[in-house]
Design a protein around this ligand. Structure first.
Ligand SMILES: [Cu+2]
Length: 117
């Protein structure tokens, strides 16, 4: 019983992560997880950029990005760690993207990324 609850919760978190990584129109059809709205709202503001390189094996992505307010960073090209390696499946090299980044345990990490419209 308890185990089943945990599984469901885990699946729900996974879906939420995927929903953040795929274009919004697509995600809205599949899921309507109001509970996760609050989490998304507390995430850092999105920054635009262009994907330069993706290293799926290492879980890393290089982005030519606009200034990132929450990190006090100016425009540059740099490598970020992906919070979830699966996030990198939603974008490809050369894509214009909107993403959120944060410093997690000292590592600059993309916490959310989606192809720009
Ligand atoms: Cu930077």
């Amino acid at each position: 019983m308890v185990k089943e609850m945990k599984m469901k919760r885990f699946a729900c978190l996974l879906l939420a992560t995927v929903a953040l990584a795929v274009p919004a129109a697509f995600a809205d059809e599949e899921h309507n997880h109001d509970k996760h709205g609050a989490q998304a709202a507390s995430a850092a503001k999105l920054t635009s950029g262009v994907v330069r390189k993706i290293d799926k094996a290492a879980g890393k992505i290089s982005i030519a990005h606009d200034p990132i307010e929450n990190l006090g960073m100016s425009k540059m090209t740099m490598v970020f760690r992906a919070k979830e390696p699966g996030m990198l499946d939603a974008v490809k090299e050369g894509d214009k993207v909107n993403f959120a980044a944060d410093r997690i345990q000292g590592v600059l990490t993309v916490t959310r990324i989606e192809a720009a419209k």
